[in-house]
Ligand binder design. Structure first.
Ligand code: ARG
Ligand code: ZN
Length: 889
């Protein structure tokens, strides 16, 4: 039985190192099981720190030698993965020779092998698994790297920066030498040695420099790189135009690898990507895949400035680069969509993107913020930093940046960015440095705003209103409250920008005039809430309005507002803000689904069906928007709104809603399938994608309802599909139905794509996420277990684990939490098996049960022993121990 957990690291304990590194020269002799790494680094005393030894970190290294200025160190102490060396003078040369085994490295952190090639992942703390080094982001050094490998096995040798020279060596080996002209922290180091080919493009930057862009993939994937390359070029242009930021290297490389823990990594000049976010062609990738490739390519590219040129002082500051870079990639995608949609459709296209982003926030971040892992976007402590690449740091972090953008305006924000770069280029800084630059550039006091960085938990915003007919005035009282989270019982009021509109009885927005203002102004304005409660009085109205609050989701809060069915239907039909129109539909669905789950209702209210019909048949609305508005909230979000959470009851309710809307609107859905056909060859374009999304949703409802015409149509569309988006949508509709037609379709799909790893991931995920439409069908856990035996499945490949196990644990609560507890036992088995191979992946799977205390007593009784079993298992990684420890505490 394990008793002690990993030590907790505190943000307040940050101290600069006594010695840093000025330059490092790395030499690799690459061998599958015995790679030799020679590290020669110039260590210098840090003028900003007191006296102390040289500190190096080391993990899973076989150290063959270590010298200081060519001699054995006088005094070297080693404990808990850290080495301390006493040294004299101001500058010394430390030389370390280590041997590592890339083939045995199943953690995919440090140097590892994938399909016979060598790849690295160093963020956050992988570099210490390559060589002994002060492996912290505040140590910024200049790197030169020499790679040696067998030419046949690894014809391509890449590292950061510019290629200095390459050539042959005896015995069929060859070498390449790279130099990165920029200072960088060790987490941005990368090397690749593999059999790859590149799609290349030469482009000219805004200032007229020619740069070489490369996308490196396995030869058979060369026909799937065009979209990634286009996305890279668009990202470059956008950063030049939106922020005046240009690519600073002569060469920029993207490499795709199929074994990768995360989405992608922004290593300087050598981004390494999960294949999932590079490869796309019409026959294998869906519209959503195309969209994801574009946004991840942009995200990693944007890190070159927000992350690499200006980096984080310590890992508590992670949101400094991640929140800001997610915000930038969201803005980029919105601009790309708006441009493609043209002036008419731009607003709707932006709203559709905003809805996507908020859906992710609500489904992933809200539950995190309400559970045992809740943390501020800048955490105060952690046990394992890899557990803090979270929806909070990324997505809520991006919302915090967005609020700054809203409060300061686009120009003010841009001025703040310019000032931030002028102060901090080439440095490792903190979130305070960023917000201070924003404040200074705008002459604003942002001290209270900083609470967003310090406080965890999703704030609740509530509104009370009263209408005074005599004075024709409308008084709105807004109040805020942030619930307690672990370690933070009391919260202070935050700065909350509340964009609002008032809708008149005719459905039109009223021009807004606050008491004391001379004349009415715009129909939407941003009120800034800074107190626990504030009152706003609007005048000059002719009748009692309906408020539309938090337009565009102007703050990452939960709006607690009592709205009855009639008002929700009214806003669904009339709200001028498309985001809030969507949100009204979500709220209405939430009410209906939760009432069904609680047994308060047993069928759909007719008014609800009518409100959906009205949206569905409103031909003036962009199809992409309609697809968003007609899709139900995720179960993950709804479970958060249920107390206690009962996933099985919720699933039954969701089946009733899908079935009811499918049946009642069957003719309309069929009409949509007909009207939304896209002709011509596939192109990734938002207009076409919107039509396909709406058709896919229509097929889902029809098949869920068991409509014979719908099932026949899904089968026909499956067989006649001209691209993966249509083919997969039809297959998904068949699988999410009681029809037996899904069986041959799944088989045909497997047959067709049996040697395509990324497409098989979709096939696994679809089955793991399947609802049980038919009482006689086997439990999904049995299907998942059977699929693990498929030769294409492997516990060593993160994509496979995420597709099959991740989908089952996270996206299929109704089946995962089956009353017999079978899902929970299976979960513990898999977390334990993964822990031994890949702690980061194991911890991500472990997190699927962290909110177990929100579930019904019966489920809690089933889950607790499984959490305890994992905690008691042998050799538990700090990653999993932290998650389970917090869940049980
Ligand atoms: N910085 C990478 C990205 O967002 C993610 C790296 C995650 N690494 C990790 N060990 N969790 O863009
Ligand atoms: Zn990032």
């Amino acid at each position: 039985m394990r008793t002690e957990h990993a030590p907790t690291i505190q943000r307040a304990d940050y101290r600069p190192l006594a010695w840093t590194v000025e330059r490092i020269d790395l030499h690799f002799r690459l061998d599958p099981t015995a790679t030799l790494v020679t590290n020669r680094m110039v260590c210098v005393r840090n003028p900003d720190a007191g006296a102390g030894p040289i500190r190096l970190w080391s993990e899973a290294l076989e150290r063959l030698s270590l010298t200081v200025d060519g001699k054995a160190p006088v005094s070297l102490r080693e404990a808990d993965g850290q080495i301390e060396i006493d040294a004299d003078g101001e500058r010394v040369l430390v030389e370390v020779l280590t041997r590592i085994n890339p083939q045995a490295n199943t953690t995919l952190s440090g140097l590892y092998q994938s399909n016979g090639g060598y790849f690295t992942q160093c963020e956050a703390e992988g570099f210490r698994r390559i060589t002994c080094f002060p492996d912290r982001p505040d140590v910024m050094a200049r790197y030169t790297v020499t790679l040696e490998a067998e030419r046949d096995a690894c014809p391509v040798l890449l590292s950061n920066g510019n290629l200095l020279e390459q050539g042959d060596l005896p015995d069929g080996w060859h070498y390449a030498k790279w130099e990165d002209p920029f200072l960088k922290p060790s987490y941005l180091f990368a090397l690749v040695a593999a059999r790859l080919e590149a799609l290349e493009r030469e482009v000219t930057t805004a200032s007229g420099r020619k740069v070489l862009l490369q996308v490196w993939v396995e030869a058979r994937d060369l026909d799937r790189c065009e979209h990634a390359m286009e996305s890279l070029i668009h990202s470059m242009r956008w950063d030049e135009e939106a922020f005046g930021l240009e690519l600073d290297l002569d060469r920029f490389m993207i490499v795709a690898v199929s074994d990768f823990n995360m989405g992608a990594m922004e290593n300087k000049g050598l981004n390494i990507f999960n294949t999932k976010f590079v490869l796309a062609k019409p026959d294998t990738a869906t519209d959503i895949d195309y969209e994801n490739v574009e946004s991840v390519v942009a995200h990693e590219y944007f890190h070159n400035w927000t992350g690499n040129r200006v980096t984080c002082r310590d890992w508590f500051q992670l949101t400094l680069k991640e929140g800001l870079t997610v915000f930038r990639d969201q803005q980029f995608s919105a601009d790309m969509l708006a441009r493609a949609a043209g002036p008419e459709g731009a607003a709707s296209a932006r709203a559709v993107k905003r809805i996507d982003d908020v859906r992710v926030l609500r489904a992933a971040q809200f539950p995190e913020d309400g559970g045992p892992m809740a943390h501020p976007i800048r955490p105060d402590c952690y046990q394992e930093i890899n557990n803090f690449y979270t929806a909070t740091v990324y997505e809520k972090g991006a919302e915090v940046i967005r609020m700054l953008h809203t409060l300061l305006g686009p120009e003010g924000f841009r001025n703040g960015m310019d000032l931030y770069f002028s102060y901090h280029d080439g440095r490792a800084v903190t979130c305070d440095d960023f917000v201070e630059a924003m404040a200074e550039a705008n002459g604003r006091d942002l001290d209270q705003f900083m609470h967003w960085y310090a406080q965890a938990g999703t704030p609740r915003l509530s509104a009370r209103a009263s209408w005074d007919a005599a004075s024709a005035s409308y008084t709105l009282t807004l109040s805020q409250h942030t619930p307690p989270t672990p370690g933070q019982p009391d919260k202070r009021p935050l700065v909350i920008p509340v964009a609002l509109g008032l809708i008149g009885p005719d459905g039109q927005d009223c021009p807004l005039q606050l008491d004391g203002e001379a004349s009415p102004g715009a129909c939407t304005r941003v009120l800034t809430l800074t107190e626990a409660e504030q009152t706003f009085r609007f005048v000059g109205l002719t009748a009692e309005p309906v408020p539309s609050l938090l337009r565009g989701f102007s703050a990452p809060v939960i709006l607690e507002l009592e709205e009855d069915d009639a008002r929700l239907a009214f806003r669904m039909a009339n709200d001028a803000d498309p985001f809030n129109r969507w949100d009204a539909a979500q709220r209405y669905s939430e009410r209906v689904a939760l009432a069904l789950a609680a047994g308060i209702a047993d069928e759909l209210p007719q008014a609800y069906v009518d409100a959906f019909a009205a949206l569905l048949n409103d031909g003036r609305l962009d199809p992409a928007f309609r697809a968003q508005a007609l899709a139900l909230p995720t179960e993950g979000y709804l479970l958060e709104r249920m107390s206690p959470a009962d996933p099985v009851a919720l699933r039954s309710a969701m089946v009733v809603v899908m079935h009811g809307l499918g049946q009642a609107l069957a003719d309309d859905w069929l009409g949509v399938c007909d009207a939304m056909q896209v002709s011509g060859p596939y192109r990734y374009h938002p207009a076409d994608a919107g039509r396909r999304a709406l058709t896919g949703l229509a097929l889902r409802y029809l098949c869920a309802a068991g409509d014979e015409r719908g099932l026949a149509l899904a089968q026909a569309r499956y067989e006649g599909a001209g691209n993966m988006t249509e083919r997969f949508a039809a297959l998904a509709a068949l699988v999410q139905s009681a029809s037996t037609a899904s069986v041959p379709a799944l088989e045909a799909f497997h047959q067709r794509y049996h040697d395509d790893a990324l497409v098989l991931d979709k096939w696994f995920a679809l089955q793991a996420g399947a609802w049980r439409w038919n009482e006689a069908a086997p439990r999904t856990v049995e299907c998942v277990r059977a699929l693990m035996a498929d030769p294409a499945f492997s516990l060593s490949n993160p994509n496979k684990v995420y597709a099959l196990l991740g989908t089952f644990f996270r996206a299929n609560p109704g089946e995962f939490h089956a009353a017999d507890g079978s899902g929970h036992v299976f979960w513990a088995d898999q977390v334990i098996a993964l822990n031994a191979r890949n702690p980061q992946v194991a911890a991500r799977m472990a997190r699927a049960l962290e909110n177990w205390r929100r579930y019904t007593p019966a489920l809690q009784a089933s889950i607790r022993p499984q959490l305890e079993r994992v905690l008691a298992s042998e050799d538990l990684s700090p990653d999993v121990a932290e998650v389970i420890g917090k869940a049980l505490s």
